[in-house]
Design a binder for this molecule. Structure first.
Ligand code: HEC
Ligand SMILES: [Cu+2]
Length: 338
């Protein structure tokens, strides 16, 4: 039993250190340039902890038996006052271990926080409860698409509360804070699809705040970006609006089937009256919808909290028009959403 556990542990250490890419018993696959050194240090600390745990527990066990209370031995025996060799070794060995851990930990920290100068930049925005990734040409997507073997630097901010961007396969995690930029960088080493989580509890649907990282083979990232960016021109406004509705996180708070979530349903509201907090009511027209997106706190729908983030500066005019057309197309009878 014991031997088996130790064997599995060692094979975990071996596969984590030796085989790049493969997930081990303990950790997800290593898909970035820093993953290996992060894992190495993790296994080193784990190994040191296990060795000391065993030493302490075994010695404790032996002493328990050896020095247990016995009738013929009730008085304390003479014991040595101190042992210089023992004292020096239990000071110097742990000191050396801690220095090694600090050295490699600090070096890894510097590597993870210093992006190469030629990195490709993507702006990241966290909001309750989805991620938006803005590419250099202005296109915004709900997933993070990157080229393989190229350093990527993320410039991150939040529209509301503190979130945290976490990609286990890349071994990167950093807070995403309102009112300031934080950064993360990585260089993906293998084509594939990986998960991206929010690692900071940020409210009701925190656990839905999941996106994918798509690592494209050489040359294909540019093609993807060009194709994805043209959707306003290539789709009808209603279809483009439907795409924006899911890309930009509206579906986390709204439904298009008549049910209320954190926010009211958007189905069948166009042309109808809506009651606002404060008693008055207003007709839902294009101006009201536009204002709802840009200044959501101005007309708050009765029965709801003013938690909708503003899309001021985050949606272009053409995109707002598409969303308005999409909401117009949602009538009570027909379910048109994703
Ligand atoms: C964090 C949750 C959240 C997100 C994300 C969100 N909303 Fe809202 N939204 C609300 C809440 C809550 C209300 C009701 C309170 C208010 O009017 O501000 C609301 C109100 C609205 C209204 C007015 C509805 C009515 O019945 O009068 C519209 C239109 C709207 N949202 C559209 C959108 C669109 C489009 C998106 C995505 C681009 C979006 N919302 C994203 C929470 C959200
Ligand atoms: Cu979050």
């Amino acid at each position: 039993m014991m031997v088996e556990i130790i064997e599995r542990l060692l094979s975990g250490v071996a596969s984590g250190v030796l085989e790049l890419g493969e997930p081990s018993f303990w950790l997800p696959p290593q898909v970035s340039t820093v993953a290996r050194s992060v894992d190495w240090l993790f296994y080193f600390i784990l190994g040191v902890s296990i060795v000391f745990f065993l030493i302490i527990v075994v010695v404790m066990g032996i002493f328990l038996v050896k020095y247990r209370r016995r009738e013929d031995r009730l008085d304390a025996e003479e014991t040595p006052r101190h042992n210089l060799a023992l004292e020096i070794s239990w000071s110097v060995i742990p000191l050396a271990l801690v220095v090694i851990i600090f050295f490699f930990g600090f070096k890894g920290f510097l590597d993870i926080s210093t992006p190469p100068a030629n990195a490709y930049e993507i702006y990241v925005e966290g909001q309750k409860w989805n991620w938006s990734f803005a590419y250099p040409n202005g296109y915004v997507d709900a997933d993070l698409h990157v080229p393989v073997d190229r350093p990527v630097r993320l410039v991150m901010s939040s529209a509301d509360v503190i979130h945290s961007l976490y990609v286990p396969a890349f071994r990167i995690k950093n807070d995403v804070v309102p009112g300031r930029y934080s950064h993360a960088w990585f260089e993906a080493t293998e084509v594939g699809e990986y998960e991206l989580f929010c690692a900071e509890y940020c409210g009701t649907s925190h656990s839905d705040m999941i996106a994918h990282v798509v690592v494209h083979p050489p040359g294909e990232f540019e093609t993807w970006l060009e194709k994805a960016s043209n959707f306003l021109e290539t789709m009808t406004p209603v279809d483009a609006g439907r795409k924006l509705y899911s890309l930009r996180g509206c579906q986390q708070c709204h439904s298009v089937d008549g049910t209320a979530k954190v926010g009211p349903t958007l189905s069948g509201i166009f042309g109808h009256d809506v009651s606002l907090v404060g008693g008055q009511s207003i007709v839902v027209d294009e101006n009201y919808l536009r204002r709802s997106l840009l200044e959501p706190a101005v007309d708050v729908v009765a029965g709801y909290e003013p938690v909708m983030p503003t899309y001021q500066g985050r949606l272009k005019d053409g995109e707002i028009n598409a969303i308005i057309e999409y909401i117009k197309s949602l009538t009570d009878e027909e379910e048109g959403g994703p």
